[in-house]
Design a protein around this ligand. Structure first.
Ligand code: 3HC
Length: 285
């Protein structure tokens, strides 16, 4: 099936990144969120990213204008999804919320419409089961920052058809991503490994073994990571990190217990860069 019109649900970190790469690849995109301030933040981020490309000579102003013209931000779910070939859902990582969104979408979208969920680790099969199209439902897991990171992790649910998988792969490649196809399991492949390391960094910090700066420096200089684990958690969102760890803990046991310090930071509203403070303070920068 050929995808032309994309509906992205959520204008947050992942949603606006997915919207940007879709519009850059030539798709018409409707980006929907539930409050105008989320839409405004999302559009500001996209505009800022594209402006940087123009300043650096990677795009012309005309190309930037064309990309922006392909994006329609909206608060109206019907308007966003009624003619979509695919809905890419990037709402908060709460299963019950995602299921609610899918149940509502079922009453809006055309029959041919595919559902792609951008989840950090929730069950594709469980979400698909509340729809009438589990065969046309698949996980497409992007990485932050979406315009920069080259990977798309594709996860089949129990009922996902070969055709849906082929369409998702072709779409990902059109976005300029390298795709890996993995089996469904809590947190899939990349987050299962990555989030455990980040969680361990919070245990190390909580035990007072080193300062946050030195923990991050250790992993950057000692392991050639582009950014330290604590700074990375601030980048992806400590709340998202905690959701992933809670899911892993629930399904796979104590090895994945969220670090108490991570839990405490989230309780304090220190979600990371997006809230101004996380492990580090970004308000002065
Ligand atoms: N959006 C768009 N572009 C961005 C960006 C953002 N938020 N942040 C950085 N960039 C671009 C910049 O444009 C810059 O390119 P340019 O200088 O040519 O314009 C380039 O990336 C490098 O940026 P900086 O020089 O500012 O900083 P760094 O060199 O430190 O790179 C980074 C920043 C790309 C974020 C790098 O630190 C990195 O790769 N970190 C690791 C990211 C990672 O591991 N992501 C996966 C997280 S896990 C995940 O998302 C899964 C989820 O389910 C939890």
């Amino acid at each position: 099936m050929e995808i032309k019109k994309v509906c992205v649900l959520g204008a947050g970190l992942m949603g606006n990144g997915i919207t940007q790469v879709c519009a850059e690849a030539g798709f018409q995109v409707k980006m929907r969120d539930i409050e105008q301030r989320f839409i405004d933040n999302g559009m500001n981020t996209i505009t800022k990213n594209l402006s940087r490309d123009v300043q650096k000579g990677r795009k012309t102003q005309a190309q930037m204008d064309e990309i922006l013209a392909r994006i329609t931000p909206t608060l109206d779910l019907k308007e966003a999804a009624a003619d979509a070939d695919v809905v890419v859902e990037a709402v908060v990582e709460i299963m019950e919320l995602k299921k609610k969104v899918y149940a509502e979408l079922e009453t809006i979208v055309p029959d041919k419409c595919l559902f792609f969920t951008n989840t950090s680790g929730l069950s594709i099969t469980e979400m698909a089961a509340v729809t009438k199209r589990p065969d046309r439902f698949i996980g497409t897991h992007f990485f932050n920052p979406v315009p920069v990171m080259r990977l798309l992790e594709i996860i089949r649910g129990y009922e996902t058809s070969d055709e849906t998988l082929a369409t998702a792969k072709a779409w990902g490649e059109k976005l300029g991503k390298e795709c890996i196809v993995v089996k469904e399991a809590p947190a899939f492949v990349v987050n299962r490994i990555l989030c455990l390391m980040i969680n361990e960094a919070f245990f190390v910090l909580g035990e007072g073994l080193a300062s946050p700066e030195d923990i991050d420096k250790g992993m950057v200089l000692g392991c050639n990571h582009p950014i330290g684990p604590l700074a990375l958690s601030d980048l992806v969102g400590n709340d998202t990190m905690l959701h992933v760890m809670e899911g892993l803990h629930r399904e796979l046991g104590d090895k994945y217990r969220p670090a108490p310090l991570l839990v405490q930071l989230v309780r304090a509203g220190r979600f990371g860069r997006k809230s101004g403070k996380g492990v580090y303070d970004y308000t002065a920068k």
